[in-house]
Design a protein around this ligand. Structure first.
Ligand code: NAD
Ligand code: TYD
Length: 340
């Protein structure tokens, strides 16, 4: 198989490239990534020495560049991970999210359609469903839950999902969509909650918890998400959406306290800051369909996944210290400077 993995230099995309090299060493992988602030070739270091892996720097919204790549290569699967992915940044600059997440997806869909690519897989998020109330733990998102996005990020992802499903219905493009809950694990960019808390706690800096820390997310170890994407891209039914989640709901405060315990750091580092505008209260995924149809289940217990993740950040200080010393530093000042 010849895979096109867009966004393969980012957090989940890079984990997916490493995953494919383990599960399918005979497959070829072409990574298309613009290397924005969130992407780095360091995330792919070993993979880039593999003759089965090709890296192409390019923007998914650049029609000419995408056409040229599809003229050079014949892909069996396009797995679209490329996106602007951070909710807080989408509140600052929604336009960039529409360009990459919506128009970029459409450019890829057109290229796949013209080339007759046998499978287009869209990596999406549970955030397209909006949120659930905190006092109804019985309610979960299913694939039939109406789309009800809250942030510019989730609105752009919902728009992309609708385009992918429309290309299936209108043009017969064999497309699938996964909607996954919050991931954590190696290579997670330290603007996201778990790596932000790990790296700040290691430096004995305050941990900015939004609001009261009572918002709930369903955390899934990134390797489990990668296995789900592979299963759906290979065996999922075209035109179908599959929810992916960890059956592992936690309040933010609970997660932050677990990180502090793992690191042996005091809870006095927790600092409550002004809430995110439009902050989704709770995400809760029902992953029954992917379990029933494809036999996928989350395998990693949260306690184990978090311990491995903390260890990874301890063993890869160079990776994140490099990020924290660059452009990201001014981002942190801009985002959190007047929030406390
Ligand atoms: P990320 O921000 O870590 O990585 C995104 C990657 O896409 C980066 O390598 C970046 O350089 C690349 N990219 C951005 N714009 C591009 C463009 N115009 N052209 C080509 N490449 C571009 O994101 P992530 O957390 O790895 O998320 C990957 C995908 O999974 C996204 O589609 C996201 O919506 C989805 N998702 C993420 C989570 C999560 O918890 N992180 C959960 C569910 C779904
Ligand atoms: P995040 O990692 O940004 O993922 P998402 O917003 O896509 O779920 O945030 C996870 C949760 O953590 C979310 O409820 C917001 C909260 N959060 C904080 O409390 N402090 C922070 O500094 C960040 C980045 C997030």
């Amino acid at each position: 198989m010849n895979w096109l993995v867009t966004g393969g230099a980012g957090f989940i995309g890079a984990n997916f490239v490493h995953h494919l090299r383990r599960t399918s060493p005979g497959d070829r992988v072409v990574v298309l990534d613009a290397l924005t602030y969130a992407g780095s070739l360091e995330n792919l270091a070993d993979a880039l020495r593999d003759p089965h892996v090709r890296f192409v720097r390019g923007d998914i919204a650049d029609r000419a560049a995408v056409s040229a790549l599809f003229a050079e290569e014949t892909f069996d699967v396009v797995a679209n991970f490329a996106a602007e992915s951070h909710v807080d940044r989408s509140i600052e600059d929604p336009g960039l999210f529409l360009r990459t997440n919506v128009l970029g997806t459409q450019v890829l869909l057109d290229a796949a359609r013209r080339a007759g690519t046998p499978r287009f897989h869209q990596v999406s998020t549970d955030e397209v469903y909006g949120d659930l109330p905190l006092d109804r733990p019985d309610l979960l998102f299913t694939e039939e839950t109406p789309l009800h996005a809250s942030s510019p990020y989730s609105a752009s992802k919902a728009s992309a999902d609708l385009l992918v499903l429309a290309y299936h219905r209108t043009y017969g493009l064999p497309a699938t969509v996964t909607r996954c809950s919050n991931n954590y694990g190696p290579y997670h960019f330290p603007e996201k909650m778990i790596p932000l808390m790990i790296t700040r706690a290691l430096a004995d800096q305050p941990l900015p918890v939004y609001g009261k820390g009572e918002n709930v997310r369903d955390w899934l170890f990134v390797a489990d998400h990668c296995a789900a994407v592979e299963a759906v891209a290979r065996r999922g039914r075209p035109g179908e959406v599959y929810n992916v989640g960890g059956r592992n709901e936690r309040t933010n405060l609970d997660v932050v306290r677990t990180v502090l315990r793992e690191l042996g750091k005091p809870e006095s580092l927790i600092s409550y800051v002004k809430d995110r505008p439009g902050h989704d209260l709770r995400y809760g995924i029902d992953p029954a369909k992917i379990g029933r149809e494809l036999g996928w289940e989350p395998k990693t217990r949260f306690e184990d996944g978090l311990r491995d993740t903390v260890r990874w950040y301890l063993e890869h200080r160079g990776w994140w210290e490099h990020i924290l010393s660059g452009e990201y530093r001014s981002y942190y000042e801009r985002m959190y400077g007047d929030r406390g």
